[in-house]
Design a protein around this ligand. Structure first.
Ligand code: AMP
Ligand code: MG
Length: 403
C-alpha cells in the first residue's frame, strides 16, 4: 500500500530534505536576489567625508550674511571638482568653486548653489545668503563606519547591492544557489522542433520547472525526455548526481506500469507516497546516492502545482528566505465548484479586487483536469479548497494564493 500523507506533512519533509544551502561569498554581480547569510559591517562611513550637495561655491556663511540685501563679491581661490583629494583650507573672505560630491574645504560651513550666483570663475557675485550647513552632506549621515550596513536575512535587491558596493564590499556572504537537475521522463516525449508522430507529445515540464527554479535564484540543468526504461534512466541520471544539490523528476511515479522513476528509485532511498491533494497526488522524495530527490507526477498542471506546494517553499527556505509563502487572501467565488473529499484541491483561478471592496472575487480558469495547461496561463492565483470541503457555492468565500 502506498502511504497517504497530508500536503503539509509532505511539504515539511521536502523542506527538511533540502535543509539550508551552504554559505559562500559571491561577487556582488552574482548575488542579486540571494539572501545575505551574515551581517555585513560598513568598511567606510557614508558619506565618507563632508561634501557638497550642489554645484556652487563653498563659503563661510558669515562672509555672505548680507547677500540678501546687496550682492557680495568674493575672489574664487580654488576650484574643487568631484574626485579632488588635495583640499586646501578656505581662507576667510574667499570662495571655492565646488561641484556636487566634491569634498568641502576645511573652513567652509556652507555652499551657495550656482543658481544664486553669477557663476564667476575668478570672482563670484553671491546673490543670496546661506545658513551654516546649507547644501552640505555630512560624513556618516547615511551610514556610520563599523556599524551593520545590511543584516543577515536581507534579500539582495538593487538598493541592497548598491549599499554593499557603496560601503566598499566586492563580495557578500550568501546562501549558495542550489544546483538542481531537472529530468523529464516519458517515452512519448519529443523535443521540438522534431515532428510528432501519433501518440507522441512535446515535452513541456522541464522548461516550466527550470524557469521556476531559476526565478528563485537557483541554477537548473535539464535532461529532457528520458525514456521509460529503468536501466536507461539510471545510466543517464546517476552519473550526473555528483554535480548537483537536488534532483527533480517529472513523470513515472503513479500507479500504472512503466513507472520508470518509481521503478528505478524504489529501494534506493526514495519513498513514494500519495499526497492528499488534487492535482499532484503521486509524489516521492528521499535521497539517491546521498543527493536529495523530489519526484513529481507528469501532468504539466500537477508539476506546477507541486512546485508551488513543495519545491518553491523548500528552495526559498534553503536559500535563507524568511517568507516562503505566497500571499494568501480570501475571495468570493463567481461560480460553484466541487472538490474531492479528503483531498486539498488547488484550482487555477483569476482574482480581482476592486477598490473599496472588502474582499476580492475569484473565478476558476479551466476545470480540475491536470492536463489543462492553457487555462493555467490565464490564471493569477490558486484557489485552495481544503480537505474537508467537497463543494462550494457561488458567493462563498475561499482561500486564494496569489501567484
Ligand atoms: P506520468 O506521470 O508519467 O504517467 O505522466 C502523466 C501525464 O503527463 C501523461 O499524459 C504524460 O504524457 C504527461 N507528461 C509527462 N511528462 C511530461 C512532460 N515532460 N511534458 C509534457 N507532458 C508530460
Ligand atoms: Mg510517464
Amino acid at each position: 500500500m502506498v502511504r497517504v500523507i497530508s500536503v503539509d506533512a509532505h511539504r515539511e519533509t521536502v523542506t527538511g530534505l533540502l535543509g539550508n544551502a551552504p554559505v559562500i561569498r559571491l561577487p556582488l554581480a552574482s548575488a542579486a536576489g540571494l539572501v545575505l547569510a551574515e551581517d555585513v559591517l560598513a568598511g567606510v562611513s557614508l558619506p565618507p567625508f563632508d561634501n557638497s550637495a550642489m554645484d556652487g561655491y563653498a563659503v563661510r556663511a558669515a562672509d555672505v550674511a548680507s547677500a540678501d540685501e546687496a550682492p557680495v563679491t568674493l575672489p574664487v581661490a580654488d576650484d574643487i571638482p568631484a574626485g579632488r583629494v588635495d583640499i586646501g583650507e578656505l581662507e576667510p573672505g574667499t570662495a571655492h568653486r565646488i561641484m556636487t560630491g566634491a569634498p568641502l574645504p576645511p573652513g567652509a560651513d556652507a555652499v551657495v548653489m550656482v543658481e544664486h550666483t553669477d557663476g564667476g570663475v575668478t570672482d563670484v557675485r553671491i546673490l543670496r545668503t546661506a545658513v551654516p550647513g546649507a547644501h552640505i552632506r555630512r560624513l556618516g549621515e547615511d551610514v556610520v563606519e563599523g556599524t551593520v550596513a545590511l543584516s543577515a536575512g536581507t534579500v539582495l535587491g538593487p538598493a541592497q547591492l548598491g549599499l554593499a558596493a557603496a560601503v566598499g564590499l566586492a563580495d557578500v556572504p550568501v546562501r549558495r544557489p542550489l544546483k538542481v537537475l531537472v529530468v523529464s521522463t516519458g517515452t512519448e516525449l519529443v523535443d521540438a522542433p522534431n515532428p510528432l508522430r501519433h501518440g507522441q507529445i512535446y515535452e513541456s515540464n522541464s522548461i516550466m520547472l527550470a524557469s521556476a527554479i531559476r526565478a528563485l535564484g537557483c541554477e537548473a540543468e535539464v535532461v529532457r525526455s528520458v525514456v521509460d526504461d529503468v536501466a536507461e534512466f539510471r545510466a543517464v541520471i546517476e552519473p550526473r548526481l555528483a554535480d548537483v544539490d537536488l534532483l527533480v523528476t517529472s513523470g513515472g511515479v503513479s500507479a500504472g506500469a512503466y513507472e520508470v522513476v518509481k521503478d528505478a528509485l524504489t529501494g534506493q532511498g526514495v519513498e513514494f507516497r500519495k499526497v492528499a491533494m488534487q492535482p499532484g497526488g503521486p509524489q516521492g522524495c528521499g535521497r539517491w546516492n546521498g543527493v536529495p530527490v523530489v519526484t513529481l507526477p507528469g501532468n504539466p498542471v500537477s508539476v506546477l502545482v507541486s512546485f508551488e506546494a513543495f519545491l518553491r517553499p523548500a528552495l526559498l527556505a534553503a536559500l535563507g528566505h524568511a517568507g516562503v509563502d505566497r500571499r494568501q487572501v480570501r475571495a468570493r467565488l463567481t461560480e460553484s465548484m466541487t472538490s474531492p473529499a479528503g483531498r486539498r484541491q488547488f484550482r487555477r483561478g483569476f482574482y480581482t479586487h476592486s477598490e473599496g471592496e472588502v474582499t476580492g472575487i475569484v473565478g476558476p480558469r479551466g476545470g480540475p483536469g491536470s492536463h489543462l495547461l492553457a487555462a493555467f496561463t490565464q490564471a493569477n492565483c490558486l484557489i485552495v479548497l481544503p480537505e474537508d470541503v467537497d463543494s462550494v457555492d457561488q458567493g462563498d468565500e475561499v482561500d486564494v494564493l496569489l501567484l
